[in-house]
Every structure is written in structure tokens, then in C-alpha cells.
Design a protein around this ligand. Sequence first.
Ligand code: CA
Length: 228
Amino acid sequence: MPANILLVEDEPAIQELIAFNLQQSGHHVLRADSAEAGMTLVKSALPDLILLDWMLPGMSGIEFAKKIRADERTRQIPVIMLTARSEEADKINGLETGADDYITKPFSPRELQARIKAVLRRRAPQMTDDTVEVKGLRLDPATHRVSGNEETLDLGPTEFRLLHFFMTHPERVHSRAQLLDHVWGDHVFVEERTVDVHIRRLRSALEPTGHDALIQTVRGTGYRLSAM
Ligand code: CA
């Protein structure tokens, strides 16, 4: 499950090492050496997860985490804090500010991988390879297959990601802007009506088995997947 990970770390050697390890495991890494720079990156595209150093010049990691949690748009992004052993006592503090987990430096690449996987599974199910099923509609991220009542359905890559996001966040209404954030990621130059185009394509791809009815338009708000 490759993820877009924002790494906020001011020590160049540590940043390099972590970024290298993450890239080795297939993740895409965005780097920032301060919370301020990290904030700028988050504004243009939502990362799937943030690895956040505690001690940073300027705005601290804690303040950054607080800001992320206070903003509706970024609230759901999983955050893992990176702390030094001497800051052990501060961990509780970190979790209280809304971090999902913390990892103490120095850590092994395997430990980091395991934490990332666990947090994504808990907080961002659309990032995992778990098969999802709603009313006979089945999506398998590992094989990239979609079927309705055992019948194979043919979806384009964007429609696949869109459906995966809907299926892992059912019954909730998502605005076009939210869908752009979560499904497209970097969407500075993408217009909101692009979403409508892909919703239309998704519905027609699901039509053969009647599962297009699961994708509902909520007037004036956006779209949702509903099994009710
Ligand atoms: Ca630091």
C-alpha cells in the first residue's frame, strides 16, 4: 500500500535516512524541514500520513499537530510523532494533542513500517489492501479487481480509487473538494466538475450489476455511497 507521506524533520541526516527507507518500501515522500514548510505542502495536497518530528525550529511539532487537528480539512490525516528518548515524558502530551502514535528515535526501518501500516489501517482504510464489500459489490485493492455479484466490472484507475474511497467511508456525504483532496491528492489545477465526470463514469461502470444505485447525489452537497 504505497502512501503519500509528509515527513517533517529538521535534521538533514535523519530526514535523508527516513525518506530513503520509506521510498524503499514504495512510499512517496514529501519533505519539509520545518512545520511552516510542512503546512505549505499540506495546503496544496493532503498527504495520507504525516511523520512529525517533535523538536523543530520555529513552530514545534506539537503546535503543528494541533493545527492539523483543528482544521476540518486536515483533521483526518494520521500523524505519527518522532521523539527522542530524552523526550519520553512528552509522549503523553503528544498523544493528547491528537497524534495517532509516536516512535522513539533511533528506530529501525521495520519498526517504522509496522507503525505506519497499523496507523493507516486504523485511520485510513482506503490506504490498505483489505478487500471491501458492500451489498454484493466487492473491491480487492491487492488485485485491483471489482465485481458485482461475482460478475467482473471494468473500472478506470480514477474510478477505482473513487470507489475504494467511497466503500471505505460509506454513508457519509463527501463534497467535491473533499473527494479531490482524498482521491486526487494533488489537485491544485483540477476543477471540481472533474469529480462529476468521474462519478458519471463510475456509475456507468457499475451499471451492469445495478450497483450504480449505491452512488447517490446529495443535492447541493456532494456524493455518498449508501447501502440503505
Ligand atoms: Ca528535530
